[in-house]
Design a protein around this ligand. Sequence first.
Ligand code: COS
Length: 387
Amino acid sequence: MNYYLTEYQEELRRLARRIAVEKVKPVAAKHDIDGTFPWDMVKEFSNAGLFGVYVPEEWGGSGGGVFELALVTEELSRICGGIALAVAATALGTFPILLSGSEEQKKKYLPQLVTGKSLAGFGLTEPNAGSDAGGIQTRAELKGSKYILNGTKHFITNGSVAKVYTVIALTDPTKGSRGASAFILEDGFLGLSYGKIEDKMGIRASKTSELVMVDCEVPVENRIGREGEGFLVAMKTLDRSRPGVAAQALGIAQGAFDLAAEYVSKREQFGKSISSFQSIQFMLADMAMQIEASRALVYATARMIDGGTEKVGRESAMCKVVAADTAMKVATDAVQLFGGYGFMRDYPIEKFMRDAKITQIYEGTNQILRSVIGKAILKDAVGGQGS
Ligand code: COS
């Protein structure tokens, strides 16, 4: 499929692919097994300028958008969906500053984030507020020139390795989600610690931790936007970051497919290559069709966002759901094509199946996103706008 990438986008894709193959591939299994964070890879991505591809040049980025971020995430995830998250989750944590931050906040934080000198994380989810993001309980009380934050965020990607966290907390608990505000926290702020570091099924090269805030002091100038705008900041962020999860899923699906296609071409049974059997060819065809359909939707959504469309919640959710379900299906089928070998840790394919699973869960489960899509469709139908 020709997506008519610009010369710059083609170059960026080649660069990300080269780094993924030459640098990430040799260390992916090690980080998956021991769960260590790939700081060497962060340095590689940083040197290559991959952290700033979606940030305007005035803030030190390369001037691209969600599309460029998707290209990089896809290529890195094709080799390792976990290591790719150093870039993708930093983007998630950076979006609130980029989209809703003040000039001073952008000046202070974006340069370190676009270079990869600092990683970022996004703190919305709490133990009792996952899909129900409006049900958060973390409190932020203004005392003099500081907000005092109390509460626990969990499942925070890049938690404990990031230096900057954008966190949503309630400044007015009587107003529910309309009483939420967004804040920038830094590693080392008084009262901020990391709590539990998660031991995960997949994306094990990525760190996931709690953010524990006990009388955590946050300067008033670190509030993003006005009080009460936090939920909106979070939703706008997720609208722009979900295509990134979709791109991660797309990369995982493509990577699993590549390995499976190569394997069936070499594997012989009944005296011939198993790729000569129609049942195998049908599986490959289905996998390839689903991957390409996902790619078309992810790219179209990213271009829609970069083109300036404001209301992108439905499309962003759609591409995430389609790509994540595809990743899970394709990775599962890829393991199937490897037969018994696919089940063994000696072969690289089972990791893709483990890595794929999270894409159906985080940044909005595929169930809650179907609900977001359904509500948007009905709203348009009632409004008489059609689709
Ligand atoms: N853009 C702008 N505004 C949005 C929005 C969006 N994408 N989605 C919701 N809003 C607004 C609504 O318009 C509403 O505004 P008003 O209070 O002015 O009417 C407000 O936000 C609350 O919206 P809603 O009533 O739909 O909220 P709910 O609590 O019913 O549900 C969902 C909100 C399900 C959409 C939200 O909680 C969600 O996305 N959950 C998944 C969370 C998630 O992705 N977690 C992962 C965290 S990062 S790994």
